[in-house]
Design a protein. Structure first.
Length: 143
């Protein structure tokens, strides 16, 4: 069986922290795999807000997710604060990729919990069609 392998970019231009809530914990007593997608969604919203955007307003366009991949590395537990780094790369005419590195501190040592990638496509929800990335968006997000 082929395994998901995500090659992270060398640098990240945004970092945020998100605490693990009790509702994020599964029956195994650790961070649920389904919750990781929700956590990277929150990180994406914060990343875009930091650049002056919203998912439905990027200088006249919106975003729709075309794909997602998550590579799980280690457990995280209730009370951990996840440090999430985000980078935008691989820009095409209509799409780009966001990469995420989720880490937790363990006695001042960073432990990677998961890495992820989402494919983001610029989309016009009213016309129901894919549209070009505004040049300003590419310039601001690639930072």
């Amino acid at each position: 069986m082929a395994r998901v392998k995500i090659d992270l970019p060398a640098t990240f231009n945004f970092t945020t922290k998100i605490p693990i809530r009790i509702t994020d914990i599964n029956y195994g007593g650790h961070l649920g795999n389904d919750t990781v997608l929700s956590i990277i969604h929150e990180a994406r919203v914060q990343f875009l807000k930091n650049a002056g955007y919203e998912e439905l307003n990027l200088d006249g366009t919106a975003l729709i997710m075309s794909d997602a991949a998550i590579e799980f590395k280690n457990e995280a537990f209730y009370g951990d604060v996840i440090i999430i780094s985000v980078a935008a790369t691989s820009f095409s005419k209509v799409a780009f990729e966001l990469y995420y590195k989720l880490e937790r501190d363990d006695n001042e040592k960073r432990i990677t919990v998961a890495v992820a990638k989402t494919g983001m496509v610029c989309y016009d929800y009213q016309q129901k069609k894919i549209i070009a990335i505004p040049a300003s968006v590419k310039e601001n997000l690639a930072g």
